[in-house]
Design a protein around this ligand. Structure first.
Ligand code: B12
Ligand code: SF4
Ligand code: SF4
Length: 391
């Protein structure tokens, strides 16, 4: 009896919890070149200079694994239900609430490779990849039927499984028959583009990273531009808005892996005052080292926390009905925590963000104390402008 290798591989992948699985060929992805170059030339990669490198490798499936003859493309849901937010907490994008997906996904892919070898009773070499390497992962997945690319530029899976999934590849040294594309469409919908808080989806399928909250809170190493801070709302790490509003995501499939559940990692929300108290890189590493939140480092995550605190201060003092439970003593205590942070912070960028948060609370007395103490002339000027605006 001849074994259908492809069905064996797909069956094992499903058994491990991968949701959609397809097989890819080694044909180069040349038709993506123009689209990609125009994204780079428009400056939409922002400060992600690594995105400008290795164009030839991005187009070549299997480049990083010599001897590749086929690839298993697989998606797995990272979705878990989000409870309601509490005051002075920041929201973590769903993909990052559990353990770092790179490690988890790779481990499962290795398990897949080892089981393929056992079930097919032969030696199988293979190398897993997910994210963080120069390759057109989504275009590859689109070409081989894992899903279709929506106007939010994310891969949307068939059978209304939506986009709350990671995608990754296991390159193999065995020949398997490749799948063709899955045909899906957004139709006339453009909700993601309309509802994006910063208008980062500049045209269907094209994201300007300079404006994207995901970029601003994760990859960006500088301050958050003033004009985009308000739109960041509660997002302390990443952003899910263009997925939350998508009709394909209204009945999301829950993650099959406990590693992606909130109790395994950072959780859906971070207590922002707790974050400000993380005063060393060692402590930061202890708390977030095994999660995707380590990417912006302590400095970046604290910067984000200050922006979210500023946004929540402004909402509370404007009398928003979102958090009726916040009383004035709690508000004063949190403002004081931000003030104390600014008072001792060595980092100018963080001092400015803390002062901005106080500015948004409308507390001229606290802001004025910070301004008097400030030694850096540019920062002093900036704090004066905030004070002037409060007048
Ligand atoms: C750089 C990057 C980012 C950047 C830039 C995002 C972007 N849209 O380009 C930033 C930091 C902003 C980002 C944010 C996010 N990211 Co990201 N990111 C990447 C990365 C490393 C490269 C993406 C890339 O090449 N961008 C360059 C531009 C030009 O690509 P593009 O606009 O998508 O267009 C390409 C193709 O999609 C294709 N294409 C585009 N439209 C169309 C239409 C058709 C019809 C066709 C055929 C082709 C096509 O052509 C282009 C060339 O390949 C990939 C991993 C990887 N190696 O691919 C993950 C990846 C895209 N990110 C991912 C995730 C989860 C996110 C976030 C949801 C995280 C979050 N919640 O905060 C957000 C979503 C923001 C958004 N709407 O895109 C997942 C998406 C999974 C999925 N279901 O698609 C990926 C695939 C990682 C993974 N392996 O799982 N990300
Ligand atoms: S992740 Fe947020 S900011 Fe970025 S494109 Fe989507 S909705 Fe806009
Ligand atoms: S919100 Fe609408 S336009 Fe955007 S990805 Fe979903 S279906 Fe497509």
């Amino acid at each position: 009896m001849t074994i259908n290798k492809k069905s064996v591989v797909i069956e094992i992948a499903h058994d491990l919890g991968f949701h959609h699985v397809s097989i890819g060929s080694m044909q180069p992805l040349k038709d993506q070149q123009d689209r990609y170059l125009s994204w780079i030339e428009n400056g939409f990669a922002a400060s992600m200079h690594y995105m400008q490198k290795n164009l030839d490798r991005r187009m070549q499936p299997g480049y990083f694994f010599e001897g590749s003859k086929s690839a298993v493309l697989a998606s797995v849901s990272y979705y878990s239900e989000r409870p309601s937010i509490r005051p002075f907490h920041g929201a973590v994008a769903r993909y990052a609430v559990g353990l770092d997906y790179h490690a988890v996904f790779r481990k499962k892919m290795r398990e897949l490779r080892d089981r393929i070898a056992v079930e097919l009773n032969c030696s199988v070499l293979g190398k897993p990849f997910i994210d963080s390497y120069p390759f057109f992962e989504q275009a590859y997945a689109d070409r081989h039927g894992l899903g279709f690319i929506g106007k939010n530029s994310l891969l949307i899976m068939p059978e209304l499984a939506g986009s709350y999934s990671f995608i990754g590849e296991l390159f193999l040294d065995i020949e398997l028959e490749a799948d063709g594309p899955y045909v899906g469409t957004c139709g006339k919908c453009f909700r993601c583009g309309v509802d994006c808080p910063t208008q980062a989806i500049v045209e269907p399928g094209v994201v300007d990273s300079n404006r994207c909250i995901s970029y601003l809170t994760i990859e960006n190493r500088d301050g958050v531009p003033l004009e985009l801070r308000q739109s960041m709302g509660d997002w302390v790490f990443g952003c899910d808005v263009c997925q939350e509003v998508c009709p394909y995501n209204q009945r999301p499939v829950k993650t099959p892996w406990v590693e992606f559940e909130p109790q395994s990692g950072a959780g859906h929300y971070l207590d922002l005052v707790d974050l400000l108290a993380i005063d060393s890189d060692e402590l930061f590493q202890q708390r977030f080292g095994s999660t995707a939140l380590r990417r912006p480092r302590r400095r970046g995550l604290l910067r984000n926390a200050l922006v979210v605190l500023g946004n929540q201060f402004a909402e509370i003092v404007s009398g928003s009905t979102r958090w009726p439970e916040v009383d004035s003593s709690e508000l004063e205590a949190v403002k004081r925590a931000v003030f104390d942070f600014a008072w001792v912070a060595d980092d100018e960028m963080l001092r400015e963000h803390a002062a901005w948060a106080i500015f948004r609370s409308g507390d001229a007395a606290l802001l004025s104390s910070l301004e008097k103490r400030e030694k850096n002339p540019d920062l002093k000027d900036c704090l004066r402008k905030y004070l002037f605006e409060l007048d």
